[in-house]
Design a protein around this ligand. Structure first.
Ligand code: ADP
Ligand code: MG
Length: 343
């Protein structure tokens, strides 16, 4: 059996004093590294949530990069503001074709892909319904059945097609709603800016939808807590990632209650009402945050079994689904490909 010599006793010629000196030098090198490796952290309120960027190491270059990453997120937020009168999306709302900026084309292409893969459980054309329920204005109310069925007539991702930069609308006007995906895209864009600016490692966290990149100093994995839907201050467990994205959709994130009924903000395109699929929350791990964000919303609507199937059907995607009865479903890679410690 080979026994590794202890670091210092591997040098038997060192006297006690020299050993002490070497130890002190090693300790000071270690401490200097620790201080150098402290990250820079900054938070900003964006896209309806608190966004935190943690970037290594804390230097002027990294601070400037974090500033640029936030500016990029602000730009994505402005583009995804569907109510801006000069937005090209206003044309789609009038039923006219429109040329969209590159960023919106990218978001829309992932949105349409997830819409197809989820059989329309995720649908980016839910704008009129979301507005009817008041989730877009933070003035939620329960609409009447007649209003709901009318607004449902405007839902239908199949009526959109993308041809280069041109988005075509078929039939009725289309009211885009990117609330279930735009945050994820903004996180990806912030990470892209950080990397292009030479930031070695970091994490961009938009209220739980996040992406970690690069090697954390000390080679440790990024540890991401998964919230407990029954007690959102507490954790169900902790995911450990080398890098990648995590996004969660839950019925505890945005909701209002009337007569003890909880109306949350994830709507089922088939009923026009908050989805009642038996799920409390879905957490997705994927390399891109835009995909994780859309898939989390989609699986929430699909329900436990079809939701898990949606995750399993895609390379590099894993997920955790919390069911109403408290059961936790996991895809096959949770616990093997992706470490997960339950609490
Ligand atoms: P959060 O913004 O809290 O992270 P989600 O990513 O789950 O939550 O997205 C919820 C938002 O997505 C809603 O506020 C609404 O704007 C939009 N949305 C609601 N239902 C759907 C749906 N079935 N498909 C696509 N988008 C939806
Ligand atoms: Mg989402």
């Amino acid at each position: 059996m080979k026994v590794e010599p202890e670091t210092l006793s591997g040098f038997p010629f060192l006297t006690g004093t020299i050993r002490l000196l070497v130890s002190l030098i090693l300790l000071s090198v270690f401490l200097t590294n620790c201080t150098k490796e402290k990250p820079f952290r900054e938070t900003m309120f964006l896209m309806g949530t608190l966004v935190e960027i943690v970037a290594y190491p804390d230097s002027q270059q990294v601070r400037d990069a974090v500033g640029r990453a936030f500016r990029r997120m602000e730009k994505v937020e402005a583009l995804a503001d569907l109510k801006a009168p000069d937005s090209p999306l206003a044309s789609l709302r009038r039923g006219e074709d429109a040329d969209l900026p590159y960023e919106l084309l990218q978001v829309l292409s992932v949105a349409l892909d997830v819409a197809r893969k989820s059989g329309g459980a995720f649908d980016p054309t839910m704008g009129e319904l979301v507005a009817l329920w008041g989730f877009d204005r933070n003035e939620p109310n329960v609409p009447g059945s007649f209003q709901i069925s009318e607004a449902m007539g405007s839902v239908g991702y199949e009526r959109l097609s993308v041809d280069g930069v041109r988005v075509r609308v078929f039939g009725k006007p289309v009211w885009l709603e990117l609330g279930g995906i735009a945050k994820g895209y903004a996180v990806d864009e912030a990470v892209r800016v950080l990397r292009e600016s030479g930031v070695r490692a970091g994490i961009v966290n938009a209220g739980g939808d996040l992406r970690a990149f690069g090697e954390k100093p000390g080679g440790k994995r990024w540890r991401i807590g998964v919230q407990d839907p029954d007690d959102p201050q507490g954790l169900l467990g902790v995911l450990s990632l080398k890098d990648g994205s995590v996004a969660t959709s839950g019925d505890y994130e945005r909701y209002f209650e009337v007569d003890d009924i909880r109306y949350h903000h994830i709507l089922d395109p088939n009923t026009g009402r908050p989805s009642r699929s038996g799920i409390r929350s879905t957490t997705v791990v994927a390399s891109e945050c835009v995909l994780a964000d859309a898939l989390a919303t989609a699986a929430f609507v699909l329900g436990p079994d079809r939701g898990r199937e949606l995750f399993e059907g895609q390379n590099g995607v894993e997920g955790i689904l919390v069911i109403e009865d408290g059961q936790i479903l996991k895809t096959s890679g949770i616990g093997s490909v992706i470490e997960f410690e339950s609490r």
